[in-house]
Design a protein around this ligand. Structure first.
Ligand code: SF4
Length: 272
């Protein structure tokens, strides 16, 4: 461990601030292989791996980091995908500093959470290497069951992938004209490029998931109609938390005052 503690935390490369002023491209540009392997070597491979307990989906973190240190990024990605279907997204926008990295032994040793192993950056590194390849999850033989997924945000995508993997006939109904839910309307391009989200959704269509946009369940068809008349055996509702909670501040209903959700939707999805 003493030698590992001597390896400096690898900073995330980022766009030059002067160039960044005039574009909305992603700020962080991602680790190179050298960065990734050095960062992976900082991991102590703790027996108890407290990082895993800090991960909401219990990814085998120390094993995927060991694979990166060995130069086997494909194996690392396969390990992540056992538990998480959106590594390129989660590697970018998960709050690792209060989850897996908060409990990392290296950060605790230095009494500084910013010196923990950069698990999120490593996850993003292996996911981005796969961006030009087509690792489509395999699909079990047809079960004859139909599943409707309402909403194409992260919850809907994961539910659609899991149910399709199990061999069901899956259709996603999206109210907006674009898929991706909060990942598209709620997170700006410089933080999570829309192309990354569309790539993940492209994998769904390659798996045979059908996607219907501009379809408001409850207006166009009710859940009851979907199940009783359209032949769906199950419905998953993943519509997000779209309704804002106003604070009751004076003048908050004036023209030009927006809820965060409305503001982000206008800026990110409608370019308004
Ligand atoms: S807690 Fe930190 S050092 Fe230990 S296995 Fe997890 S990432 Fe590696």
């Amino acid at each position: 461990p003493a030698d590992r503690y001597k390896i400096l935390p690898q900073d995330m490369p980022a766009q030059d601030p002067v160039k960044r002023r005039s574009n909305v491209n992603e700020v962080a540009t991602g680790y190179t292989e050298t960065h990734a392997r050095l960062e992976a070597m900082r991991c102590l491979q703790c027996k108890t791996a407290p990082c895993i307990k800090g991960c909401p989906v219990q990814i085998r973190i120390k094993d995927f980091i060991a694979a990166i240190a060995d130069g086997d990024s494909k194996k690392a990605l396969a390990i992540i995908k056992e538990n998480s279907l959106l590594p390129a997204v989660c590697g970018r926008v998960c709050p690792q500093e209060v989850q897996c990295q908060q409990t990392c032994t290296v950060g605790l040793k230095f009494k500084d959470p910013t010196k923990a192993v950069s698990i999120g950056r490593l996850e993003r590194f292996v996911a981005d290497l796969d961006q030009n390849q087509d690792s489509v999850p395999s699909v079990a033989p047809d079960t004859g069951m139909k599943v409707a997924i309402i909403g194409s945000g992260p919850g809907g995508i994961v539910a659609a992938t899991d149910t399709r993997r199990a061999g069901h006939d899956v259709t996603i109904f999206e109210a907006f004209h674009k898929t991706g839910g909060v990942m598209v309307y709620g997170i700006p391009e410089f933080r999570l490029p829309k192309a990354i989200v569309q790539k993940e959704i492209g994998i769904l269509t390659k798996m045979g998931v059908k996607i219907v946009c501009n379809f408001i369940v409850g207006r166009i068809r009710t859940i009851e109609q979907l199940m009783k008349e359209d032949g769906f055996d199950a419905v998953y509702i993943g519509v997000g938390a779209g309704l804002p909670r106003f604070m009751g501040i004076e003048s908050e209903s004036l023209v030009g005052v927006y809820s965060a959700n409305e503001y982000l939707t206008r800026a990110n999805l409608m370019k308004a």
